[in-house]
Design a protein around this ligand. Sequence first.
Ligand code: NAP
Length: 462
Amino acid sequence: MKHVAYEYARRGARLVLVARREDRLQVVADKARQIGSPGVIVVAADVSKVEDCKQFVEEAVNHFGQLDHLVNNAGVVLIDFFEKVTRFSDFASIMASKAALISFFETLRTEFGPDIGITIVTPGLIESEMSKGEILSQYAWVPMEATEVCAKAIVDSACSGDMYLTEPSWVKVWVWIKILCPEVFEWGAHSISKYSENVAGKVILITGASSGIGEHVAYEYARRRACLALIARREDRLQEVANRARQLGSPEVIVVPADVSKVEDCKRFVDETVNHFGQLDHLVNNAGVTRIELFEDSTQFSDYASIMDINFWGSIYSTHNAVPHLRKRKGKIVVLASTVAWLAMPRLSFYNASKAALISFFETLRVELGSDIGITIVTPGLIKSEMSEATKLSKAKATWILAKSTEGCAKAIVASACRGDMYLTEPSWMKVMFWMKIMCPEVLEWGLHWTFVKRRETSKDS
Ligand SMILES: NC(=O)c1ccc[n+]([C@@H]2O[C@H](COP(=O)([O-])OP(=O)(O)OC[C@H]3O[C@@H](n4cnc5c(N)ncnc54)[C@H](OP(=O)(O)O)[C@@H]3O)[C@@H](O)[C@H]2O)c1
């Protein structure tokens, strides 16, 4: 937190800067002098050593003849789930950590009375070396405060003699939630820090892996070093995907050309996978097709039968064969449904119905299986792929809907499956539509009809 030093320097204070890296301290000292500090000394020291602490306090007093503020700022962090800790000695340097500090200095404040003021600062997530890397990747969605802003607030607060400072101040809302409804707070904290499964060496079967979302889900699992069984009808495309997956890090990939609408094919590819790898850990039910047409314009119902056969029955056949093997491994099932299952997008009535059936079926299965097998139901919005390619889109007059990249969607799907989420909507803003449907279904349906049916008829007429 060099910015605390700069903030004191701006106010003309003299400084003693302490840390282990002397070269970095010298850079901060030079800048502090330029900003306005009339005197700066640096002391290389390790605050975890009692003799170092004695020495830098003595150096400060010997040099300046007095000490007015002590800012106890040095700290380190190590991130891991308690269950994953192997050596407690790795964590020894962190203690006594933050809760203990608060308790200690609150006690000290009652001992000192008004002789020495103590300001206890509880920052939220602040941009710094500490918040980069692991924290940043896990909690990138949490708004971060700039170090300069936090440093200014700290020095202001110390100079005003505040007892406490929480920075940014909105973090206090969490304190109130914790006090008023601790169950909600702990449930929320638990959900955001969920354990993410390590799939390296595990066996993942993906249907519809020859293109689009399935192809990129395969690459994402490959990056995590999982073994893959890739299923689709086009063998040449599957071989290309398999080669790339190997390059990306998958230790072993097999391809099984098959048609998921055939019950005997689904048995065959599950058996081949388990015979080859000896286990099955995740099943990704992704294969799907669509057809775009107004219900009134459809003449042959048989044209639509394949939508149900592939999208619904294909997932059911695959799942039925996979469940005994998944159960042995406490495995997972990922189901590619769609937001259109509840967003009644015109011209897709049979497709929408096939996805709604999938959701209902897998929600029921989740209740039947309990905690033995995890089920993640994915409801993507519009994702760039062969299925959503321009010609089909223009037929549906949906080109204006923001299409998310297949890579981004695949990454979110695999992360969600590894976390064991029950649901994933991608992109997440599509959830707004779900809430609209619940709160004001008339408005949503009128909007869909006007945009995708009426407007098209009007533009045809004119
Ligand atoms: N793209 C979107 O906007 C979007 C939105 C919501 C949901 N989804 C869902 O996401 C999944 C993937 O879609 P996508 O966009 O990636 O489409 P895509 O690029 O057309 O991929 C569909 C995949 O399914 C395979 N497939 C189709 N029929 C099959 C069959 N009978 N047997 C085996 N494999 C079959 C295809 O391979 P072969 O042709 O080689 O067999 C292909 O690999 C689908 O379930 C889709 O409904 C997509």
